[in-house]
Each structure stands twice: as C-alpha cells, then as structure tokens.
Write a protein that binds this ligand. Structure first.
Ligand code: CA
Length: 234
C-alpha cells in the first residue's frame, strides 16, 4: 500500500520545514501549503489522507479552513490535526468544533505528533478485509496482494487490484461509474468518471493472458459487472 499523504498547512517556514522533515522520516509523503489558498491548490492536485493545520494562518484562519473542508463533500472526511500556539481550553474546544479530529499545542514533541497522526489515520483508513476471495476461477489474496488464475500469478496495478477485489466480492451485480468511484477510489478523491473506463481496460488487459477478461462485462447504459456466467451461452 502507498504511504499516506499528509498535507502540512503552516505559514512559519521553519515549523513547516520541521513538520515536513518529521512526517517524511516517519515514512509518510508530505505536501505543503502556507495558507488556505495554497492548501486548496494542493488538495485539487492530490487529496491528502490527513491535514496538519496551523491555527494562525495569514488570511483565512486555520479554523475557517477546517470549516470549509468540512463543508465540502469531497474533503469532509479528511482527518485534520490542528496545531496551535495557544493552550487555552476554549480555543481547543472551538478548534475541535470547527471539525478538527485532534489538537496539539506548540511546541510539541515530534514523537507525540507522529503517534497522534497514526492514531487518527487508523480511525479513517478503510480496511480491505484480509480474507482470500475466490470467484470465476480467480483467487485474490489481499494480505499477499496477489491474484492468481489456475495457479498462475497475474500482474495487477494497485487500483486494478482494488477494483477486482470489489468486483469479486460483489459479483453478478451491475455498478455504474459513480458507484465504482465511491466504492473503490473512495469519496474523497477528485477523479473523472472516464478514469473508471481506463482502469477497467487495464484490468481486462491484466486478466486477458489467463483468458479471464470476459469476467468483467460492460452493461450498456448501466456500467460494469463481474460475472462468472458466460453471457454468450445464455
Ligand atoms: Ca502560523
């Protein structure tokens, strides 16, 4: 699995640098912004898995940005840890009321911050169950991240893997592109619907060497379906 992307929104260059250093050291990907506008630009490019948000930002404050993020369907689920120089209990409460998941007062220890980041991420990451699934002659193991057909291993990209896992656990049902985006990509991502078609093509191409590409069926005007029933024989 790809490491989580953390967006750091902090206008103080030294603190931003320190946060980025610690986040990267801990194995996460870091992206940065120095104000609310910059944060939205970053989010448009890459939806982060978590946001470290400074309370005192020039222009739109951290609290106001947290409220904006919570009001937007695409960003409302992104966990936020608010960072502040204030230690006032009332500030803490208004920070959490604005939609932050956690709150840390500066100066904080990097170790504690990383522990909080991991705790908040654990609460949000949708888990793919570990059980191996079998359908239509395919076997998919999430824990080994492996798909096989009649004993031979198939090469799948991470998105195709998730897509196939969803299909195999929801066989014989038709899903439209929006439903697939929500189920496989999640509701926090900005992807165009035609992206689904691209990954369906890649998934079929990956299944083709095993003669399994027909498992992914196009249902005209509706979407796609994983079916072990050979449509040509009906
Ligand atoms: Ca600041």
């Amino acid at each position: 699995m790809m490491s989580a992307r953390i967006l750091i929104v902090e206008d103080e260059p030294a603190i931003q640098e320190l946060l980025a250093f610690n986040v990267t050291q801990a194995g996460f990907q870091a992206s940065r912004a120095e104000d609310a506008e910059g944060a939205w630009r970053e989010i448009r490019d890459h939806v982060p898995d978590l946001i470290l948000l400074d309370w005192m930002l020039p222009g739109i404050s951290g609290v106001a940005l947290a409220k904006q993020l919570r009001a937007d369907a695409r960003t409302k689920e992104i966990p936020i840890i608010m960072l502040t120089a204030r230690g006032d209990e009332r500030d803490k409460i208004s920070g959490l009321e604005s939609g932050a998941d956690d709150y840390m007062t500066k100066p904080f220890s990097p170790r504690e911050l990383m522990a909080r980041i991991r705790a908040v991420l654990r609460r949000h990451v949708p888990q793919m169950p570990d059980e191996t699934v079998a359908a239509g002659g395919l076997e998919l193991s999430p824990s080994k991240h492996r798909v096989s057909a009649k004993g031979s291993i198939l090469e799948l990209g991470p998105t195709e893997f998730r897509l196939l896992h969803f299909f195999m656990t929801h066989a014989e049902r038709v899903y439209n592109r929006t439903q697939l985006l929500d189920q496989v990509w999640g509701t926090q991502v900005f992807v165009e619907e035609r992206t689904v078609d691209v990954h369906i093509r890649r998934l079929r191409a990956a299944l083709e060497p095993a003669g399994m590409d027909k498992l992914i069926q196009t249902v005209r005007g509706s979407g796609y379906r994983f079916s072990a029933i050979d449509q040509a024989r009906i």
